[in-house]
Each structure stands twice: as structure tokens, then as C-alpha cells.
Design a protein around this ligand. Structure first.
Ligand SMILES: Nc1nc2c(c(=O)[nH]1)N[C@H]1C(S)=C(S)[C@@H](COP(=O)(O)OP(=O)(O)OC[C@H]3O[C@@H](n4cnc5c(=O)[nH]c(N)nc54)[C@H](O)[C@@H]3O)O[C@H]1N2
Ligand SMILES: Nc1nc2c(c(=O)[nH]1)N[C@H]1C(S)=C(S)[C@@H](COP(=O)(O)OP(=O)(O)OC[C@H]3O[C@@H](n4cnc5c(=O)[nH]c(N)nc54)[C@H](O)[C@@H]3O)O[C@H]1N2
Ligand SMILES: [Mo]
Length: 807
């Protein structure tokens, strides 16, 4: 793609915020600033991911963060046996050989640079910078401020965070929690980096305090996968190991961008290809990481590179259901021609239920209609079916392109339908692979960070601890935000993350968060979530994954669970940036002791003093952790049991068989001036942490406020590539505005558009959710696009004032 447009004028300052300051009301703060860099360059899309530019990029970030020596030493310990687990994604490490040079990727190195930085956010920094002033910076600038060094407190009506002692911070939190009319007026959010040990004590604290209000980042990420998988295969996790990738004959990658978001998956994919495997990529964008790969860890790989996808299907946004059904229909037809060759009739008979009804549904479909509905030519659909027809070792991987669709849960079940037809689950080289996001998000759930724990799980905890666990299901993310808005939840504690910017409907969410009596954030770095606060706010600084963690003179190990159910230890290697940090487990224990007093039922002090003690008790409460302390210290850790993977034992309620599921193809109606928008990550961010302003693989440089559009759509709407536009959403009859985006001409299906998260979250209605999993459907947002009108800022200001007036 070559569309070097003339580059726009930089926007000056921060229009709506400046405007607002003149009115001198001081509020609301800037929850979603919109400033254009003025330096957008659109170059060609890169043909192959990784390679030398990736290696160079890793070191550039370390230099920028003034952490070259610290960072380089740490890089060589990343993902090594006896080293620390990279916090960037949940992709597993090889069980046996690990590259002696490095088991990291460009984006892991960037994540490390963020943490290893020697820049600091000290109490003095907060004394000099008012919260409101900080909120006017963009996310990139906020993130670059450095590591938090001391606990700080923002009193009601205060303009600056001020230092507070750890003791006083815990006393304040306890006083707030103990003043609530019911424990359900508090909520405890978790992002996915928290270790197993800290997660376990955190959920125990919430339950001992009396609530299941534990929204977590899974509620915005892979909740959909769990909701789809559990009723079918009896477990909400994937069923493959890394070895299976090497053995697979076909790997389907759907709605996922591995080159950017789980780069080490690329080594596994190229190994699969070297063994003769084939790859099918299903994505509205021809993502660089799906198309080609140069292995930065092998000299030969760096120079030559391999072609990855053998077949690329440019599906329309949300067209996947029609596509999956088309493939199934073709497989059924081929089976009729060659009975017993295509489907695994024995597996279907012995291990599944509901096949006849499943097969029957296809009489209502025509292949041409399915092709039109998904936007992929029938010839390509046939090619996909042919690639699968005679193969059995098939893996399906998916990411947010599936889970953040309104019918995502159904699509997960439809992907399972394909594998069930083929008997491609619970055998070598085959199965499902929801590729998790945060490095320990899967472990958080295993540790019972869950707003809807099962009775069985609670019974075990009750038996061990001897106190009554709350049984009422709590709030997930979307419900928690609504409950905060309705003032049903008054205290929010966040274990990591950046709920404000990660959540949908930024204006609504910000208005909600401002109503809190108290916001507590346990964080490594400053983010916007600290600046849009409740009446009072506390920031508690903590260690990152890469930091040493010494308790009572002993270097501690923590443990995490990766995307493939391997639990392994992680040991920090960097000297913490400040002597005033506490680890997450200690923070929770001290919060618990301050709030609940010295409890006769849970010995918080014991957990506070040793992670081994926490692990000993996890072993008693959660199946699969027998001999935890010994096994976690073994090279490579241990696999958690997975009956679907190991024994083809599926859903208990179906007699351990897996049911075929009947699903519908959704109909999307777009008006003439409406477009479908998906939000996605650039190559230069980790969720709400913005590493830089480039999206190198997609050819975008120095700007994040861009909207990818199809050439024909641009022409039809009388717009031009490079032109400034404003974006609108009208769900629930509310006007949502994201001003000032620049059009980029891109190979994306017609009527489809793509923008970056979190800038576009303001357009995602809080009510636009995935059925069953209740996740924000942030890859299915109807928008209108209009030429930029400078008067839009006045309108936004009025809107924000209305929102603040309602408080
Ligand atoms: N460097 C880095 N690594 C990360 C993260 C990060 O931000 N930066 N985030 C971590 C987290 S928490 C997560 S959950 C994962 C996320 O990793 P991904 O699941 O890869 O998430 P996204 O970047 O949102 O991209 C999803 C892909 O879905 C495609 N897509 C959009 N709509 C559709 C659709 O309707 N159908 C299909 N088939 N595809 C569609 C997009 O084009 C894009 O390629 O990555 C993790 N790893
Ligand atoms: N529109 C749109 N919205 C999305 C998505 C999307 O694709 N589109 N993706 C969704 C997904 S998949 C996810 S997972 C969520 C992410 O939601 P979150 O997990 O809430 O957000 P992050 O940006 O990962 O959180 C970053 C912050 O975590 C803190 N942090 C980092 N490491 C640590 C640590 O070790 N301990 C502690 N205590 N704090 C730490 C730092 O202060 C940092 O600023 O966003 C969701 N939102
Ligand atoms: Mo995620």
C-alpha cells in the first residue's frame, strides 16, 4: 500500500481541555484527550514480522527508558529456567530446549523497558503536578513518567496526591470498607499480571470481607472463550500444548494478531510449517504477523524469513460465523462423497451428542449466501475446506477478533463443532487454543478471581478455612461500572490495570468512577486510571514481575499459569526502583489485617511472610496443585490437569461427551452512512500502556488517531485518505463522539473500519455486550464518519458538562 498523504497540521494543545480551563470549573478532567501529533506517515505494510528491525526496536526502548544495562541483563533472564516470566503475554515457553541467547520478543523487551525504567514518579513529582494537569497529558506521556515509588493519597477536594505512610493508607482503606452498609458496596478489580499467590490471597480477602464483586480483565478479554468452551468440553481453557503446535497438520488463526500480541507464537508456527503443517489465517486485515515471519533468534531466519499463512481469508468484521458454517457445509458434502474419509464417525458416535440436528441445519443454507455473508469468495472457502478434509491434526487459535463480537460465545462453539466433526480434540497435534492476553490472566481465574465462583469451589474453601463464603454472584466489569454509576458500589480497589481506559463508553465510565467514595489502585506505573478518581483516592506502588522480591531476607519466587495450563515459577532479577514498595501479596494481607482485624480463621501474617505458606494452602483448596511447592520449583514447572485434553472427557452434564451446538448467523444492518468498526492494538502498546506512536507492521508511523478504511468507501463518502474526520456512535440513542481521526486507506473489507484501543473506547456503548459472557463487544461498533468540524469540541464540552452535572 502506498498512500503517502500530505501530513496534517498538528493540533495545538488540547482543545476541549483548554476551553474548559477558561471556564475555570476545573472539572470534569480529561478522560480521553484527543491531540494529533501532526507527524503521521503512512508507509508500506511490512511483509514479514520480526527480523532485524524488531531486535533493534527492543534495544531502542531500553535506551529511551534509561535502562540499557539493567534491561539488557534482565532480557537474558527473561523466560529462562530460573529466570522470570515475561509479563507481556501468556504464550508458553518451550518445555525442553530454550534458546540460550534469548526467549523474548520485541514486545516482551518493550514491556521490560517499561518496568526496568529508572525514571521515577516520586511524592515530589505529585507535589509539583496537579492531578488535573496530569490528566491533560496523553497516555503515552503519562506512561513515560516512570515507576511509582511511594504510596500517595488524594484527599476529598484535593488537587494533588500527597505522601501517606503504608499504615495510614491501610487504615483509610479499612475505615472506608468498614463504613459501607454491605460488603457488596465494594468491588475488587484485577488485571492479569498478578501472581497466583497474590491472586489467591486477594480473592480470599474479598470473600472474607463478604463479597464476590471481583470484576477482572477476563471480563473484557477471554470470558467469551470460557463461556463457550465450558458447556461443551467441560473446561473453560484450551486443550493444546506447545508440542501440539509442532505436530499439527493445519493451524487456523482466527481473529488474532500473533505477530504483535504473542510474537513467540510465531516461532511455534514456523516450526509447524517446517514440519509440513499448513496455516489458514482468517482476519479482515492481512496482518503482517500472519503473512510472514523472520525469526530473530536464528541467523538464517532473520535473513530469509518464511511465508506463514498458506491461505488468507479476508473475512468481514463479524462475518466469521457464516465462514465457519460454509466450511462445515463443504466438509459434510465431501463426507457424502467419500464416507468415513472426512469426518471421524467413531469419535462423533462415542464422544459427542447432537450430530444429527447439527447436520440437518445445513439444508437451510446456500454456499453462495454464506460466501456473501462473510465476504470471502466461494473458491477460497472451498480451498479452506479442502485443506482440512483429509487432515485430523487441526488446531484452532483465536483472539479478540472472536471474543469481542456480540455472538462470540456462539462462534467459540461453532469452532468446536468443526473440531468435533473431525475428532480433532484431545489427540496429538489437535485442539482448541484461545490465546490468552495478560501473562497470568488464566492463573488469576484458576486462583478463583471470579465474580461467579461455583458452589464446588466455595465448598472447598469453606471446608479449609471454616468460615461461610459469600454465595451471591458478584459484578463483572460491565455490571460493576453500572453499579458504580448507580452508587451501589462506593469503594473500588484495583489490583493493577487501568479500568478507566480499558473499559468501554469512556464518558460513562469516567462519570461513574468519579462518584466513588474511594478508589484504590495497586500499580507499578502511573496511568489515566489514577487521574480520573473518586472523592478520595490512594495509589499503592508495587513490584513488577522483573523486580526482586525479598521478604524477611529471603528472595521469593512467585508463580503464574500460561495459556496452555503450565504453572511455573518466576523470580525477579532487578533491584526495585524504590525501597518503599511492597509486593502485592503483602499489600493484600495488610489490607486484610487492617480491615478484618487479626482473623482467627485466616492467618494473614503467615501469608504476608511467605509465599510458600500461600502455596501450601492453595494446594488444599484448588485441585491440580498437589505438591505445589516442590513441583513449581522443577525446571519448566508442571501442567494442570485437563480432562478434555488428556482423556477426551468432556462436559459432565452430557455424560462426559461434547454436544454439537446449533447457532445462528447474525444479520447486521448498516445504513448507507454507517460503518462497522473494530478496535485493535498497535504494535507499540500493551493495552492501555502506549510504548510509542507507531504501528510499524501496518505501516503507520507517529500517530494513533487513525481510521482504516476501504478505498471504495472513502470515495463513495466523498472523503480522502489523509483527511480529518470525527467519528460518532448512536447506540441507546446517545451521541458518542470521538473527534479528530485521520483516514488511512487500507486493505480492509468494504463497510469495515478499524481504529485503535483505547482512543476509540469512547464510542463503545456500555450496553454493547457479548451475549452470555457480557463482555464489551469492542470489535463490533456501528459508527458514522463525518468530515472534521472544529465546532465539535464545543459540543463535546457541553456533553461532558452535562455528564458531570448529573453527578
Ligand atoms: N505487545 C502486546 N502484546 C499483547 C497485548 C498488547 O496490547 N500488546 N495485549 C495482550 C492482551 S491482554 C490480549 S487479550 C492479547 C490480544 O491479542 P489479539 O487477540 O491479537 O488482539 P487485538 O489486537 O485486539 O487484535 C485482534 C485481531 O482481530 C482482528 N479482527 C477484528 N475483528 C475481527 C472479526 O470480526 N473477525 C476476525 N476473524 N478477526 C477480526 C483484528 O484485525 C486483529 O488482527 O494480546 C496480549 N499481548
Ligand atoms: N476497545 C477495546 N477495549 C479493550 C480491548 C480491546 O481490544 N478493545 N481489550 C480488552 C482486554 S483484552 C483487556 S485484557 C483489557 C486490559 O485492561 P487492564 O488489564 O485493566 O489494562 P492494562 O493496560 O493492561 O493495565 C496497565 C496498568 O497495569 C499496571 N501494572 C502493570 N504491571 C503490573 C503489576 O505487575 N502489578 C500491578 N499491581 N500493576 C501492574 C500499571 O500501572 C499499568 O498502567 O482491556 C480491554 N479493553
Ligand atoms: Mo486481554
Amino acid at each position: 500500500m502506498e498512500n503517502k498523504e500530505d501530513i496534517n497540521e498538528p493540533t495545538k494543545g488540547h482543545p476541549h481541555a483548554a476551553d474548559r480551563k477558561q471556564k475555570n470549573t476545573g472539572k470534569p478532567d480529561a478522560e480521553n484527550p484527543f491531540v494529533l501529533s501532526g507527524h503521521l506517515k503512512v508507509g508500506p505494510v511490512e511483509k514479514k514480522a520480526a527480523g532485524i528491525p524488531a531486535v533493534l526496536a527492543s534495544f531502542a526502548d531500553l535506551i529511551e527508558e534509561k535502562a540499557l544495562i539493567r534491561g539488557t541483563i534482565a532480557l537474558f533472564k527473561m523466560n529462562q529456567f530460573n529466570g522470570f516470566d515475561c509479563s507481556s503475554c501468556a504464550w508458553p515457553d518451550p518445555d525442553d530446549e530454550r534458546s540460550p541467547l534469548a526467549e523474548y520478543c520485541e514486545n516482551g523487551a518493550k514491556a521490560l523497558a517499561e518496568e526496568a525504567t529508572t525514571k521515577k514518579v516520586t511524592p515530589d513529582f505529585f507535589r509539583k503536578n496537579a492531578v488535573y494537569e496530569l490528566s491533560l497529558l496523553d497516555d503515552y506521556q503519562i506512561g513515560k513518567m516512570g515507576r511509582l515509588t511511594d504510596p500517595v493519597y488524594l484527599p476529598a477536594g484535593g488537587t494533588h496526591y500527597q505522601p501517606i505512610s503504608w499504615d495510614d493508607a491501610f487504615k483509610k482503606i479499612a475505615a472506608h470498607l468498614n463504613s459501607l452498609a454491605s460488603p457488596d458496596e465494594a468491588a475488587f478489580y484485577t488485571s492479569g499480571r498478578t501472581s497466583n499467590e497474590a491472586s489467591f490471597v486477594y480473592q480470599l480477602f474479598a470473600k472474607a470481607y463478604g463479597t464476590n464483586n471481583m470484576p477482572d480483565c477476563s471480563n473484557m478479554c477471554h470470558e467469551t472463550s470460557g463461556s463457550g468452551l465450558r458447556p461443551t468440553i467441560g473446561i473453560g481453557k484450551g486443550t493444546v500444548t506447545l508440542e501440539d503446535f509442532y505436530d499439527a497438520e493445519v493451524i487456523i488463526i482466527i481473529g488474532q494478531n500473533p505477530g504483535t500480541n504473542s510474537p513467540r507464537m510465531m516461532s511455534a508456527l514456523s516450526k509447524c510449517k517446517a514440519n509440513g503443517g499448513k496455516i489458514i489465517a482468517i482476519n479482515p486485515l492481512p496482518e503482517t504477523g500472519l503473512m510472514g515471519f523472520k525469526d530473530p533468534q536464528k541467523v538464517k531466519g532473520i535473513l530469509e524469513g518464511v511465508k506463514l499463512a498458506d491461505l488468507y481469508l479476508p473475512v468481514k468484521i463479524n462475518g466469521d460465523m457464516a465462514l465457519l458454517k460454509a466450511i462445515e457445509m463443504l466438509l459434510l458434502d465431501m463426507e457424502k462423497e467419500a464416507p468415513g474419509e472426512v469426518l471421524d464417525q467413531t469419535f462423533i458416535r462415542e464422544k459427542t451428542t447432537g450430530f444429527p440436528a447439527f447436520e440437518k441445519q445445513f439444508s437451510q443454507y446456500r454456499l453462495e449466501d454464506l460466501g456473501a455473508a462473510c465476504g470471502v469468495p466461494v473458491t477460497q472457502l472451498r480451498e479452506a475446506a479442502q485443506m482440512l478434509a483429509l487432515k485430523k491434526r487441526i488446531i484452532i487459535c483465536w483472539g479478540m477478533g472472536i471474543t469481542q463480537q456480540p455472538n462470540g460465545v456462539d462462534m467459540v462453539r461453532e469452532m468446536l463443532n468443526i473440531l468435533l466433526m473431525k475428532g480433532s480434540i484431545g489427540i496429538k497435534g489437535a485442539g482448541v487454543c484461545p490465546v490468552r492476553g495478560h501473562s497470568n490472566v488464566q492463573g488469576n481465574r484458576t486462583m478463583l478471581i471470579d465474580e461467579k465462583p461455583t458452589d464446588e469451589q466455595l465448598d472447598r474453601l469453606e471446608k479449609f478455612y471454616g468460615f461461610k463464603m459469600p454465595r451471591k454472584h458478584g459484578y463483572d466489569v460491565v455490571r460493576a461500572i453500572k453499579a458504580i454509576h448507580e452508587e451501589k458500589v462506593k469503594v473500588l480497589c484495583c489490583m493493577g490495570g487501568n479500568l478507566l481506559s480499558a473499559a468501554p463508553d469512556t464518558t460513562y465510565t469516567a462519570a461513574a468512577l468519579r462518584k466513588l467514595n474511594l478508589l484504590v489502585c495497586v500499580s507499578t506505573k502511573l496511568n489515566r486510571g489514577h487521574l480520573i478518581h473518586g472523592k478520595e483516592a490512594i495509589i499503592l506502588p508495587t513490584y513488577s514481575r522483573a523486580d526482586f522480591d525479598i521478604v524477611n531476607g529471603q528472595l521469593q519466587i512467585i508463580s503464574t499459569e500460561n495459556s496452555m495450563g503450565v504453572v511455573q515459577s518466576s523470580k525477579g532479577v532487578l533491584k526495585p526502583v524504590s525501597g518503599h514498595l511492597l509486593n502485592e501479596t503483602q499489600i493484600v494481607c495488610r489490607m486484610a489485617m487492617a480491615t478484618l482485624g487479626s482473623s482467627p480463621v485466616v492467618n494473614w501474617q503467615r501469608y504476608h511472610d511467605s509465599y510458600d505458606a500461600v502455596r501450601d494452602d492453595i494446594e488444599q483448596c484448588i485441585p491440580g496443585f498437589e505438591d505445589y511447592n516442590t513441583r513449581v520449583r522443577r525446571k519448566g514447572g508442571f501442567y494442570l490437569p485437563n480432562a478434555a485434553r488428556d482423556e477426551q472427557r468432556f462436559a459432565e452434564e452430557h455424560d462426559y461427551k461434547a454436544p454439537f451446538t446449533l447457532t445462528d448467523i447474525p444479520a447486521t444492518h448498516l445504513a448507507e452512512d454507517e460503518y462497522m468498526m473494530a478496535t485493535t492494538r498497535t504494535h507499540d502498546q500493551f493495552n492501555t500502556t502506549i510504548y510509542g506512536l507507531d504501528d510499524r507492521y501496518r505501516g503507520i508511523h507517529q500517530e494513533r488517531r487513525v481510521i482504516f478504511m476501504n478505498e471504495k468507501d472513502i470515495a463513495r463518502a466523498g472523503l480522502k485518505a489523509g483527511e480529518k474526520v470525527d467519528l460518532f456512535n448512536y447506540d441507546d440513542n446517545i451521541e458518542r463522539i470521538a473527534p479528530l481521526f485521520i483516514i488511512v486507506l487500507y486493505p480492509i473489507p468494504e463497510k469495515n473500519t478499524m481504529t485503535y484501543f483505547p482512543e476509540a473506547n469512547v464510542l463503545v456503548s456500555i450496553n454493547n455486550v457479548v451475549r452470555e459472557s457480557n463482555m464489551p463487544a469492542s470489535k463490533y461498533v456501528k459508527i458514522k464518519i463525518r468530515k472534521h468540524n472544529p465546532d465539535i469540541f464545543k459540543k463535546i464540552d457541553e456533553m461532558l458538562f452535562r455528564a458531570s452535572a448529573q453527578q
